[in-house]
Design a binder for this molecule. Structure first.
Ligand SMILES: [Zn+2]
Ligand SMILES: [Zn+2]
Length: 327
């Protein structure tokens, strides 16, 4: 197999030939067809997440086909198309796992961060954490659903039932979740970098009711806001944009420091929460309704060997939607 391997933090990934791997008990081997590039991959490469491990193969929005099955795996077949998300393994016995909050597991493994991921021609996965994807939809178009879609979905559920939803940072996750929210009959208010007219037009083209800069107030108070951008300065701005009792959800795994703000911004039962990881149930829920919503993912395709270019373009905001690597 070949992979783009992170051998040293804050260094380019290296195209590397590796011995073929074989699945252990409870595992499958998946031939990768497409792997999305997520902002979290940048945090992995930059060593911004706790306890970084190298060498590691990044990538956690994997679409591929099962090509080997380890002992004791039930319910998956050779050749079946599956998706492999960020949550790669949980312990099953800690208090969080027992309480159906496995996204907070005390001893988890994360694909592309603490176990090898999908910037490769093949990946070994814990079979319990692979989602059957069926045959509807293109591999490249489906890849961003595996993290941007799933984390966005969990964030939207946690944002509550409000009709007016603000999305701060209109990248891979927001461009999917805007379509979900609209399908649910909600109004989307998109906040981009100030002056980024192209992204604001992109948001309107996906059905946003209003699009503007993150330094602007929406035309009417929001019921909830989700922050996908990794910029802590957005937190007080989003709190100011929501109505009394409104909720602000921080969807990122990493964020710059939040500046201090007057208590009046939080007062009147506004709430501020974060979303961490996903559960398998989130995946089952989202992937079962996603085909009905006819979500269109805007993707920019790169050969796997150009993963470093894809990461650089993501960092610089040089494309709309999501980058996807194809071996
Ligand atoms: Zn991700
Ligand atoms: Zn656990």
């Amino acid at each position: 197999m070949h992979a783009m391997v992170l051998k040293k933090l804050r260094a380019p990934l290296e195209w590397t030939e590796l011995p073929d791997r074989h699945p252990g008990a409870g595992e499958i081997r998946v031939k990768v067809a497409a792997c999305g590039v997520c902002r979290t991959d940048l945090h992995v490469v930059d060593g911004e997440l706790p306890h970084p491990q190298v060498p590691i193969i990044p990538g956690h929005e994997i679409v591929g086909r099962v090509d080997l099955i380890g002992a004791g795996v039930a319910g998956l077949n050779i050749g079946e198309r599956v998706g492999i998300p960020w949550l790669g393994h949980t312990c099953g016995v800690c208090p969080y796992c027992v309480e159906h909050r496995e996204n907070l597991c005390d001893r988890p493994l994360f694909t592309g961060y603490t176990r090898d991921g999908g910037f490769a021609t093949a990946v070994i996965a814990d079979a319990r954490f692979a989602f059957p994807l069926g045959e509807t939809g293109d591999d490249v178009a489906l890849a961003p659903l595996l993290c941007a879609g799933l984390i966005g979905w969990r964030s939207l559920v946690i944002a509550g039932e409000g009709k007016k939803i603000g999305l701060y940072g209109f990248g891979a996750a927001a461009h999917i979740i805007a379509q979900v929210a609209k399908w649910q009959g909600r109004s989307v208010f998109a906040f981009t970098r100030p002056g980024d007219a192209a992204t604001q037009n992109f948001a309107r083209s996906l059905g946003a009711t209003w699009a503007g800069g993150s330094d602007q107030m929406p035309p009417e108070p929001l019921d909830a806001a989700i922050i996908f951008a990794t910029v802590g300065d957005l937190v007080p701005l989003a709190l100011k944009a929501v109505r009394k009792g409104g909720r602000v959800v921080c969807a990122g795994i990493h964020m710059s420091d939040i500046p201090s703000f007057p208590y009046s911004v939080l007062w009147e039962e506004r709430s501020l929460v974060s979303v961490a990881n996903l559960t398998r149930q989130d995946g089952i829920d989202f992937l079962s309704v996603a085909p009905k919503m006819s979500i269109v993912t805007k993707t920019t395709r790169y050969p796997l060997t150009q993963a470093n270019q894809a990461l650089a373009d993501l960092r610089a905001g040089r494309f709309e939607g999501a980058a996807v690597l194809v071996p």
